[in-house]
Design a protein around this ligand. Structure first.
Ligand SMILES: NC(=O)c1ccc[n+]([C@@H]2O[C@H](COP(=O)([O-])OP(=O)(O)OC[C@H]3O[C@@H](n4cnc5c(N)ncnc54)[C@H](OP(=O)(O)O)[C@@H]3O)[C@@H](O)[C@H]2O)c1
Length: 429
């Protein structure tokens, strides 16, 4: 692992601290991110004595560690981190419990918290931010989404800019983007591309949350709270995994001039916010079409400034650790105080979009689907030739924007008349 530590000049630009350095950190977790935090914090290049890790919580004290844990106050006791009287508690355990209980105890004790844990924020955001507001202490989470592209804090400090944002489109899961990019470049199947992601260290041994879209949905919940002030649970968001994507889908998306990408999308300009996380057809004119491999990106739709676009490495222990430590400095300076309580909302799926369709049946003729869909008012941009493989005929279509309800009604009629099956992705222009 390459650790890039901030230099002295960077730290001299830090905000004025409310505590006398070194900043005492109680570190929850010494895995990939926690290990990189400990390495950077101990590095002379990080400002010489800026950070002191007073206590480090792990699950297994006997586990061999790649870093020297001798001076990190290693403990498996949940009470120890707070007993070490930290200035800031850093939570990089992952998951919901015991992270929730330990973060709440810190906040109730008036100790600022920094977390990189989107699962925790998505599941318990209301409770945690209420506790932070009641105690008037910061709860910072820049590393929870696009950890290597610090942008959330900028908008937290700029309420006017933030309130002008009415939607977002992004690629927030590098593993799934690597897989679909690999399928497109190497024409490798899904399993082969996943194995390549695992060999390169981009996918966990259990990559289920990346592949089924859960990781992206949790990040979308964090983003909706941050930018729109909505309290949304992962179960409210329409989402799909990338495991239904076929090599032929990717080839036909390319033939139509675009690409398949694992995206998150949300719009909240009207009364009813809509959101989706999952694969989509992205046309080549859209900036997300060029975000390849493990890169992440987010485009924010604004009322007055068009689209603001941020891209870069989405994760990785070193960039995540740097972002977490920047949050620690902000928290120790008292920045990033209480945020307003988020509003529970009902979220609909995408209502109006273009659609990328795969229609399959054993008897599909070239004009069946285009003719019927057009006659029902679903206007087509592109239609492929029928591809007859392994006894099944498939055809790919790209529609102009139409409502999901209209599309579903037309597809139902098509299915009943031709006994076909269909698979459908939203299309971004
Ligand atoms: N990895 C990244 O690039 C990245 C990027 C952005 C955000 N994040 C977020 O950062 C967090 C940590 O990720 P990671 O990759 O560092 O995870 P990880 O490698 O699995 O490390 C988790 C650490 O937490 C400890 N831990 C877990 N459950 C515990 C429990 N019940 N009691 C005590 N200790 C426990 C583990 O202890 P042992 O060592 O004893 O097992 C381990 O040290 C997650 O929320 C993740 O989503 C990660």
């Amino acid at each position: 692992m390459t650790i890039v530590a901030p230099d002295q000049a960077v730290l001299s630009r830090a905000p004025r601290l409310l505590v006398r350095p070194p900043i005492r950190i109680a570190l929850l977790g010494l895995g990939q991110v926690g290990g990189a935090i400990a390495t950077i914090a101990a590095s002379p290049a990080s400002g010489g004595g800026t950070f002191l890790i007073a206590s480090t919580l792990v699950r297994d004290l006997q586990r061999p560690r790649s870093i020297d844990a001798g001076r990190l106050g290693l403990t498996a006791s949940y009470g120890e981190p707070l007993r070490s009287k930290p200035d800031v508690l850093v939570e990089v355990l992952g998951g919901v419990e015991p992270a929730r209980t330990l973060v709440l105890s810190a906040l109730h004790s008036g100790i600022p918290v920094v977390t990189a844990n989107k699962s925790l924020l998505a599941a318990c955001g209301d409770e945690l931010f209420a506790a932070a507001a009641a105690a008037r202490v910061p709860l910072l989470y820049e590393a929870s989404v696009l950890a290597g592209v610090p942008f959330l804090g900028t908008f937290a400090r700029r309420p006017l800019a933030s309130s002008a944002i009415t939607g977002l489109r992004g690629i927030v899961n590098g593993t799934s983007n690597f897989i679909v990019s690999r399928m497109a470049h190497d024409r490798s199947g899904f399993d082969e591309a996943l194995a390549a992601a695992q060999r390169a260290g981009y996918a966990e041994p259990d990559p289920a949350k990346d592949i089924n879209g859960d990781d992206a949905v949790e990040k979308l919940c964090v983003l909706l709270r941050h930018f729109a002030g909505f309290s949304v649970k992962p179960s409210q968001i329409d989402h799909a995994g990338i495991n239904g994507i076929d090599l032929a889908d990717i080839a036909h998306a390319r033939a139509f001039g675009g690409a398949v990408r694992p995206i998150v999308v949300a719009d909240w300009a009207g009364d009813c916010p809509s959101a989706y996380a999952g694969p989509a057809y992205v046309s080549d004119g859209h900036p997300l079409c060029r975000i390849d491999g493990v890169q992440n990106a987010i485009g924010l739709t604004t009322r007055s400034s068009g689209e603001l676009f941020f891209s870069g490495p989405g994760a990785g222990p070193a960039v995540t650790a740097s972002t977490v430590l920047d949050d620690v400095i902000e928290a120790a300076a008292g920045s990033g105080g209480a945020i307003e309580a988020a509003r529970p909302v009902t979220v609909s799926g995408l209502a109006d979009a273009g659609w990328f369709l795969r229609i399959s049946s054993s008897t599909l003729a070239e004009s069946d689907a285009p003719a019927l869909l057009s006659s029902l008012g679903v206007r087509l941009q592109r239609a492929s030739h029928v591809d007859a493989r392994a006894g099944e005929h498939s055809q790919w279509l790209l529609t102009h924007p139409c409502s999901r309800a209209h599309l579903d009604a037309a597809l139902e009629l098509l299915t009943s008349r031709t006994c076909c099956r269909h698979w459908c992705l939203p299309a971004l222009d």
